[in-house]
Ligand binder design. Structure first.
Ligand SMILES: *Cc1c(COP(=O)(O)O)cnc(C)c1O
Length: 405
């Protein structure tokens, strides 16, 4: 589901107006993705995918709740106007800043390790908790984003769940939620298998249970050959589990989904300017002003993002697209083992623009200041209108926290 309102002329105009590298997000795409999740009672946006305040506010206005994983994301959720009741803090540990805020605001916690229960009992005594289960298996677009199984640090090991429930109760908590999240960009079968495990685990909790969450992890189509995820069928599968649980709790069970990528990946385009081209032996390189400080997914996971030349076609030849960083891995066209994977592009020259697609999730949110590169500007478009929703970081801001001795 690509933004229809982002044609080449408009992207180039925005790039000229705001400079490059530039993230452009389309509000209509986010709204459409959110609407497609109508089969779930609660859509809880995983803020880490893209925590831009304007996107958070847009999702809040659509009725979404929010999943936060750090003190900084708690600050963002409040800044975007989420009431405390719509915030859930999910983690496998509390750092001190997060625990303090959870206590102060009375936030609901999705507990990923038993050690958190004692700490929570001190900071925010009583009330309810959700327990996150590690189902013993995981899945994802890359081993690095698989969040279930013995090799994952996430969640309470499924065989230890009964013990965790006892501990939660003995510390004065009602276990009202169960949660499972097997990984990011997981396949349909693994996501459904986690539902079967959660439904069995629900019997251990019994009639205090109010909410089950299937986590996030829904895959998106980065390549035209990727299949569209059947989200309606997915909702039906989980609804059946909710009904089966209701049969013995005799209470309504609320069904939550917690996507990050699925809501925002496709809304985003990263526009970069070509600054140099060169030939190394037989290889054609196009060097652009965006690098892995803006978008690390290709370098970190060998992730594929479609790259197009704006308003140029013809004479396509295999091209390696690389960034400005002093680092050989600063290449957008690479495979899972770091091998170069050239893509067909027309001949380009300095001043031309390229667009990297499907970068709304885990693009800007994973950006860094490596090589003392400032964070990119971000623009939101909605129909014919556009707004700068994050200005480019200034060099003064880059240096401000430091002190010369
Ligand atoms: C990262 C994360 C998500 C979102 O994952 P996506 O693949 O972006 O949907 C949801 N829940 C938890 C607990 C997470 O850590």
């Amino acid at each position: 589901m690509r933004p229809v309102a982002l044609d080449d002329a408009r992207l180039a105009a925005l790039a000229r107006e705001h400079g490059t590298p530039l993230y452009v997000y389309d509000a209509a795409t986010i709204r459409a993705r959110h609407a497609a999740l109508a089969g779930f009672d609660v859509v809880r946006y995983a803020a880490k995918a893209n925590p831009n305040l304007t996107l958070l506010k847009l999702l809040r206005n659509l009725g979404a709740s929010i999943d936060v994983v750090s003190a900084g994301e708690i600050e963002r959720a409040f800044a975007a106007g989420f009431p405390a009741e719509r915030i859930v803090f999910t983690a496998d540990l509390f750092d001190r800043a997060a625990l303090e805020r959870v206590g102060r605001h009375g936030l609901h916690v999705n507990v990923g390790s038993q050690a958190m229960l004692a700490q929570l009992a001190d900071a925010r005594p009583g009330g309810s908790v959700t327990l996150r289960i590690n189902p013993g298996f995981g899945d994802g677009h890359h081993a690095k984003v698989t969040t279930g199984g013995e090799l994952s640090k996430h969640g309470i090991w499924h065989a230890d769940l009964a013990g965790a429930i006892d501990e939660a109760r003995s510390r004065g908590f009602a276990v009202t939620g169960l949660h499972v999240h097997v990984g990011s960009g997981a396949n349909f079968e693994s996501l459904c298998a986690s539902g079967e495990l959660l439904a069995r685990s629900a019997r251990l909790v019994g009639d205090t249970l109010r909410t089950i969450s299937c986590g996030g992890g829904l895959p998106v189509r980065y390549r035209p050959t990727d299949l569209e995820f059947d989200v309606a069928r997915y909702a039906r599968a989980w609804r059946e589990h909710a009904r089966a649980i209701e049969a013995f709790t005799r209470r309504p069970i609320e069904l939550e989904i917690e996507p990050g990528r699925w809501l925002v990946a496709e809304c985003g385009v990263l526009v970069a300017e070509v600054r140099a081209t060169k030939r190394q032996g037989e290889r054609e390189f196009v060097l652009v002003d965006a690098g892995f400080h803006n978008l690390v997914r290709p370098t970190m996971y060998g992730a594929y993002h479609e790259i197009r030349a704006l308003a140029k076609t013809g004479g396509e030849r295999p091209t390696i697209v690389a960034g400005p960083l002093c680092e050989s891995a600063d290449v957008f066209t690479q495979g899972q083992d770091g091998e170069f994977a050239p893509i067909p592009l027309p001949p380009l020259a300095p001043g031309d623009f390229v667009a990297l697609h499907d970068v709304g999730a885990y693009g800007s949110s994973m950006a860094s200041n490596y090589n003392s590169q400032p964070l990119a500007a971000e623009v939101l478009i909605d129909g014919a209108r556009s707004w700068l929703v994050r200005r480019r970081q200034s060099f003064d801001e880059l240096l401000a926290p430091e002190r010369e001795l």
